[in-house]
Design a protein around this ligand. Structure first.
Ligand code: NDP
Length: 454
């Protein structure tokens, strides 16, 4: 795999073992390599972590669960999907991380997401370990009843692995408030216990937290705001492009707009829409969240907009902007896209999605002096607010929107500052990738070494 040349010599054999043990899992290998590329200074200065084989142990999930999910569609036909839960690391707290329902889901994708989640959760400073799960089920075009039956079947196996102190899932691609409701309902039915803290992203009237729905998108913008503040700049008047039009993208658009930015484009897997008057967030919420329609419908309601289908030569990243926020999916922003963005004068890229920027594109941004934030730092607001939801559930309390949003903003500022200070400590000033990986790794590694070889 390319990129191994940049590894510290002590890490090369460890990475070769990762490649061999996880053959055919390119996304997982990519995520591990990205972290390893930052760990050189640790191998030099913090021998205790290598002595305890922490780097080796951290790459191996504590537990991986794969199960059959049978369900019956509205016509009576039986379908079989595959369910996953990878419980990656519980050194800092119960496994915590979302569930993804998308046809592309496989073990490699769930493992890369779980691995990222370990360091992301550590960066929040909250007592949560890392895990991730999901299924290759495709919710697109399915009726509410079909979604409910699928969720019930999925939870009928998963429930035995969950618990407030064991493993606490949430949403991700294809899993929003509706799915969390069906999943929690089935958990409650099977266990006969109203354990609100067993899943997050719940509705506001049944144990959910204010600002959880908005948290990932708002958190990305709060993080980017701090990056801009550090160079005496702000969102005010900036031209912004946001990929995706799901949960993360919608609320990134909303917060950037509230901070005075001009958001001109959003996308889905079929195409992208350019709205030079600024994306109308209320319409976007209505089309995507309420009516569950495509972006073509948004464009139809705003005749001055231009909708373009994605193709070889057309991508949302061709739209000129000052700030790019990739908020759709992994590896959606490649080297050619990065080149185009840089040529068009992009100043900052902050990831809302997990690993949306390919390694070549990341290096291109960093070499061009573009401020770049990796998702494990900049999109941590979602899981941080999930932990706030768990806190409210545990104390049987509910906080108002402003209180919760203020806590979220404080957490994002804290993560930002920790990335900056850690990068300075290891002489890689301004490198948010190294700062995030080193800070997250050290927090997990310190706990792992205290807990012994387990
Ligand atoms: P949603 O399902 O709400 O939205 C996903 C969006 O991304 C949709 O617009 C979807 O388009 C688009 N998309 C999905 N797959 C592809 C693809 N292969 N190519 C192009 N576009 C695609 O998911 P979220 O907004 O919750 O998640 C988006 C990203 O953010 C993911 O990487 C997720 O892991 C990450 N994330 C989410 C968090 C959360 O709290 N929800 C927390 C931290 C990270 P279409 O409708 O056409 O499929």
């Amino acid at each position: 795999m390319s990129g191994t040349a940049s590894l510290h010599p002590m890490l090369v054999p460890m990475f070769e073992t990762v490649l061999q043990r996880n053959a055919g899992e390119p996304e997982f290998q990519q995520a591990v390599l990205e972290v390893f590329q930052s760990l050189g200074p640790i191998a030099e200065r913090r021998k205790e972590y290598t002595d305890w084989s922490i780097i080796k142990r951290i790459c191996e999930p504590e537990r991986q669960i794969i199960f059959r999910v049978p369900w019956v569609d509205d016509k009576g036909e039986v379908h079989i999907n595959r369910g996953f839960r990878v419980e990656f690391n519980s050194a800092l707290g119960p496994y915590k991380g979302g569930l993804r329902f998308h046809p592309s889901v496989n073990l490699s994708i769930i493992k890369f997401l779980g691995f990222e989640q370990v360091f992301k959760n550590a960066l929040t400073g909250m007592p949560i370990g890392g895990g991730k799960g999901g299924s290759d089920f495709d919710p697109k075009g399915r009726s509410d009843n079909e979604i409910m039956r699928f969720c019930q079947s999925f939870m009928t196996e998963l429930y035995r692995h969950l618990g407030e102190y064991t493993d606490v899932p949430a949403g991700d691609i294809g899993v929003g408030g509706r799915e969390i409701g069906y999943l929690f309902g089935q958990y409650k039915r099977i266990t006969n216990r109203y354990e609100a803290g067993v899943i997050t992203g719940k509705g506001l009237t049944w144990g959910g937290s204010q600002a959880r729905k908005e948290a990932t998108g708002y958190g990305v913008v709060f993080f980017a705001e701090e990056m801009l503040r550090r160079v005496n700049d702000s969102f005010d008047g900036k031209r912004v492009v946001v990929s995706g039009s799901g949960n993360v993208a919608i609320y990134a658009v909303q917060k950037a707009t509230q901070l005075g930015a001009h958001v001109v484009a959003v996308s889905d897997s079929s195409g992208f829409v350019v709205d030079e008057d600024g994306i109308d967030v209320d319409l976007l919420v209505d089309v995507k969240e309420v009516r569950r329609e495509r972006l073509t419908e948004y464009s139809a309601q705003r005749p001055h907009t231009i909708y373009t289908e994605v193709g070889d030569n057309s991508s949302i990243w061709n739209v000129p902007c000052d700030i790019a926020l990739p908020c759709a999916t992994q590896n959606e922003l490649g080297e050619e896209h990065a080149r185009e963005l840089v040529a068009n004068g992009v100043k900052l890229v902050a990831e809302g999605a997990n690993m949306p920027t390919t390694p070549a594109a990341v290096h291109l941004f960093q070499d061009a002096g573009v401020l770049y934030a990796p998702g494990k730092a900049s999109n941590a607001g979602g899981v941080a607010t999930s932990a706030l939801e768990m806190q409210q559930n545990a104390s049987r309390d509910t906080w108002d929107f402003e209180t919760t949003e203020d806590r979220l903003r404080e957490i994002m500022i804290g993560i930002h500052d920790e990335c900056v200070l850690t990068a300075e400590e290891f002489n890689v000033d301004g490198d948010y990738v190294a700062g995030a990986n080193l800070a997250g790794f050290m927090r997990v590694a310190t706990a792992m070494s205290a807990l012994g070889v387990i």
